[in-house]
Design a protein around this ligand. Structure first.
Ligand code: UD1
Length: 429
């Protein structure tokens, strides 16, 4: 069993380079299915979710060749619909994009129910609403979602009832080669959606309006392959910004798009952290005490839900009472119990965490209950006195490229250890 062990108290200093965006890489890898051609994707993060997405494509008949640590060549000519293995698909949320990609290319799909972090109920009714609007018939049975398009895929106007990253991406994938035009109203505006559309447009698609809440897709007959570089990961960047602020550090974070970090930068500045923006880097410095603030997570350009647990760790260090309200998911507070083990004073009332900051954090054995919760444990461990031991770190490795190596290079006392699994034997009589 792998664990991350941290001895806290070292201010982070130096440079750290941000990897490609997980949430852009996954739909773009899967979108390559639509091209029936060779795509070269660059700036891929080395994370388990990307390996999993590539494994799924290989099982479906794609030829996948790494051209370096961060570049992959994918040839999807021989991909077959309905051939993604259930046990791989159920391990990540991004596998839901197989539905849109299979509908878009083959006119039918058969995909296992997607998995991902447990934030309460994560329905796919809006994905289905989108597919049905363009002519799909959907049937859910025995853990699988099946789609057919008896009268073809026909462009349509769809108004989403909730702003959903996944539903927006899936409808783009399914309709990019539809007959006629599709308009998505109340679309999500996240930078990874813009990145997906840029990739598809480079392959010959005709998508406009991405980054606004109305996306227009003119169906094209065919897509071709291309070479495309993924945007930097704004959540990884935000996590290092918070780690630097928490440890009273001074860190230059490179390979970022500062505009994507606006909501995080604004909140950190409100807390008294100094942020210096450059073309493709930000410098984060903290000298004094932190101010308490309130945060509400929202779809982009609001404060990202994927920065919520990390922000709570930081607010444990700010004197006074801060409120973090979750505005996207039903339940994202499972990490709070783990922070309490380290001495944090946090109450949860409905969708709000009430944090009484200023209580000293002390190292403890904790669990990474999900991906960003794991990042929050690391941040708390970096400032806690003594030793923090984080287990179940596979959640962290799903989405952070070499987080231990990157933090170590910034001076943190952090390492990954392997321990044999504990086996509890029954007591002898
Ligand atoms: C994606 C990201 C995840 C991020 C989230 C919000 C990936 C692989 N995952 O998840 O990291 O936290 O966006 O930025 O990119 N909803 C419905 N019906 C639906 C779909 C969604 O009610 O059909 C609800 C969800 O339950 C949630 C909200 O809409 O409350 C937003 O979810 P959504 O944007 O779809 O998140 P994901 O695409 O699952």
């Amino acid at each position: 069993m792998d664990k991350i062990v941290i001895h806290g108290g070292v201010p982070l200093r130096g440079n750290v380079e941000i990897s490609g965006s997980k949430n852009a890489a996954l739909p773009i890898i899967i979108a390559s299915i639509l091209t029936e051609d060779v795509c070269v994707i660059e700036n891929l993060p080395c994370i388990n979710d990307v390996s999993l997405a590539l494994d799924i494509l290989k099982h479906m008949g794609a030829s996948v060749r790494m051209l370096g640590k961060n570049t992959v060549e994918i040839d999807t000519k021989n991909v077959r619909a309905g051939s993604s293995p259930y046990d791989l698909v159920r391990r990540m949320r991004g596998s839901s994009y197989l539905l849109g990609a299979e509908i878009g290319r083959f006119g039918h799909a058969h995909v296992g129910w997607p998995g991902g972090c447990d934030f309460g109920v994560r329905p796919i009714d809006q994905h289905i609403k989108g597919f049905e609007a363009i002519g799909a018939k959907i049937n859910i049975e025995s853990g699988y979602i099946e789609a057919t398009t008896p009268n073809g895929i026909n462009g349509s106007q769809v108004y989403f009832d909730v702003v959903s990253v996944g539903a927006t991406i899936n409808l783009i994938l399914a309709s990019v080669m539809a007959n006629g035009n599709t308009v998505i109203d109340n679309a999500a505006k996240e930078p990874h959606i813009v990145d997906l559309a840029n990739f598809l447009n480079t392959c010959g698609a005709n998508i406009t309006g991405v980054g606004t809440d109305v996306i227009k897709i003119k169906g094209v007959k065919k897509l071709h392959g291309c070479t495309y570089a993924i945007i930097p990961d704004m959540i990884e960047a935000g996590t290092y910004m918070i780690a630097a602020a928490a440890t009273k550090g001074n860190v230059r974070i490179t390979n970022v798009i500062p505009k994507h970090l606006d909501s995080i930068t604004a909140k950190l500045e409100e807390m008294g952290v100094e942020i210096e923006e450059h073309d493709d880097s930000v410098i984060v410095r903290r000298k004094g005490e932190l101010n308490r603030v309130n945060v509400k997570t929202l779809p982009y350009p609001g404060f990202p839900t994927d920065m919520h647990p990390q922000m709570t760790s930081l607010l444990c260090l700010a004197h006074g009472v801060s409120y973090v309200t979750e505005g996207v998911f039903e339940n994202r507070f499972k990490y709070v119990d783990e922070l309490r083990r380290m001495g944090a004073s946090i109450k949860v009332d409905g969708k709000t965490a009430i944090i009484e900051g200023g209580h000293p954090l002390s190292g403890a054995p904790v669990i990474a209950v999900d991906l960003r919760a794991g990042a929050a444990m690391i941040i708390a461990g970096l400032v806690a006195t003594g030793k923090t031991e984080i287990s179940e770190i596979s959640s962290i490795e799903r989405g952070y490229d070499d987080i231990v190596g990157k933090l170590h290079s910034l001076g943190a006392n952090i390492k990954k250890i392997q321990e044999p699994d504990t086996i509890y034997l029954p007591k002898a009589n």
